[in-house]
Design a protein around this ligand. Structure first.
Ligand code: NAD
Ligand code: DAU
Length: 352
């Protein structure tokens, strides 16, 4: 039985990954280490909380003693590092925590893994692997044509993407310097169940259902490349097990859409299936994000050729499943939008 240390497993993608793994594999053990920031929510994991192959540890990935104690206690085979501050807008108003968690936290985990897995100088426990969950944003912004490949130079623009690119460079350094077996995955924008409603898709779904304004940054013609979260989880599962150590794999489904098209898709669906009174009158173009990247687009050919990965959920199906999920889980939305979310929302959108 392989033991996975999943960090940030109470967040959006981490929760989906844990559910994906435990639904599929009866013989994997998962330890979820999460600080439970505003973005972490154990309610996402009620389905597995009594599963004997699952356990939860509340800790900060920057806490060296806690991370080392966990490695000493458990026979960990794989680290999958999802833990991060993940929201670009928050990184613009408060960059420091992004450096702390995303850079220092990753280095703390790398050190602990290296120490626990070392069997000799530059030789490590058989089959161990450190997978860093990174993002296409480290490559910067594209013009109207072309795609990001694994050899595209890193050119991050926001404090968030700069912190993720820094973490990627440390992961690479630990492979180059210490021969630690690592992989880095760089995925495009995810959407699906359990995404915190600070991000475009759940925010627009929630606001539409609440008849609140839909704040579109600038002209709304910025392009993102959307992937259903389960397809990202499938890619991570494949890379952990079969990725060649030291390699980077881009993950994306060639599914680019301008933000305004996403907003209109949500509006149209809700208007047709849920509430005929909503419409374009809710859209409000607001001040643009500072340094806003214009377009992301992933070339996923390497992971397709090397590991046989392909996305299973089309955007048309994925967005309907996602809207239906939020409709069925209005209590979840109520819980995560009470308290601190209200002051975040007011600060972020109140004066726009
Ligand atoms: P999220 O914000 O929903 O979740 C982050 C999780 O990390 C939360 O559970 C939070 O409590 C935890 N966390 C934060 N700081 C921590 C710390 N110091 N110690 C331990 N736990 C901590 O993020 P997400 O959208 O699920 O993203 C997960 C990862 O995937 C991130 O590394 C992100 O950069 C990357 N990524 C996200 C996307 C996307 O579209 N959301 C796309 C590509 C890559
Ligand atoms: O590309 C992968 C990245 O995708 C991940 O690394 C990040 O963790 C994740 O947050 C996401 O970053 P984005 O900045 O692309 O996602 P966000 O949902 O914040 O915004 C998507 C687009 O929608 C972006 O162009 C900004 C725009 N937007 C966003 C919000 C929240 C709006 O127009 N209005 C909004 O209110």
């Amino acid at each position: 039985m392989k033991t996975y240390l999943v960090t940030g497993g109470a967040g959006f993608i981490g929760s989906n990954f844990i559910l994906y793994m435990l639904r599929r594999y009866p013989n994997v053990k998962i330890i979820n280490l999460d600080k439970l920031t505003y973005a972490g929510n154990l309610e996402n994991l009620t389905e597995v909380e009594h599963n004997p192959n699952y356990s939860f540890v509340q800790a900060d990935i920057c806490d060296k003693a806690a991370v080392e104690a966990l490695f000493a206690r458990e026979e960990i085979d794989y680290v999958v590092n999802f833990a991060a501050e993940s929201h670009v807008d928050r990184s613009i108003s408060d960059p420091e925590i992004f450096v702390k968690t995303n850079v220092l936290g990753t280095v703390t985990l790398l050190n602990a893994a290296r120490k626990a897995w070392a069997v000799d100088d530059d030789a490590y426990k058989e089959g161990c692997k450190f997978l860093q969950v990174s993002t296409d944003e480290v490559y910067g912004s594209l013009g109207e044509t072309g795609f990001f490949t694994e050899t595209t130079p890193l050119d991050p623009h926001s404090p968030y993407s700069s912190s993720k690119a820094s973490a990627d460079l440390f992961v690479k350094a630990y492979a180059d310097t210490f021969k630690l077996p690592v992989n880095i995955t760089r995925c495009s924008n995810n959407y699906g169940p359990y995404q915190f409603p600070e991000k475009l898709i759940p925010l627009m779904i929630n606001n539409t259902l609440q008849h609140r304004e839909l704040p579109v940054y600038g002209d709304g013609m910025q392009v993102r490349d959307w992937l259903y979260v389960e397809d990202h989880c499938k890619a991570i599962d494949m890379v952990v097990r079969s990725g060649v150590p030291g390699q980077v794999y881009n993950v994306g489904g060639h599914n680019e859409r301008p933000n305004i098209v996403i907003v209109n898709t949500i509006l149209d669906y809700v208007k047709e299936h849920v509430d005929s009174t909503v419409g374009a009158q809710l859209i409000k173009h607001v001040e643009d994000r500072k340094g806003h990247d214009r377009r992301y687009g992933i070339d996923p050919q390497k992971i397709k050729d090397a590991l046989g990965w392909y996305p299973e959920t089309t955007f048309e199906v994925g967005i309907q499943k996602t809207i239906a999920w939020y409709l069925e889980h209005q209590d979840w939305m109520k819980n995560v939008t009470s308290g601190a979310y209200q002051s975040y929302y007011q600060k972020m959108y109140g004066n726009k």
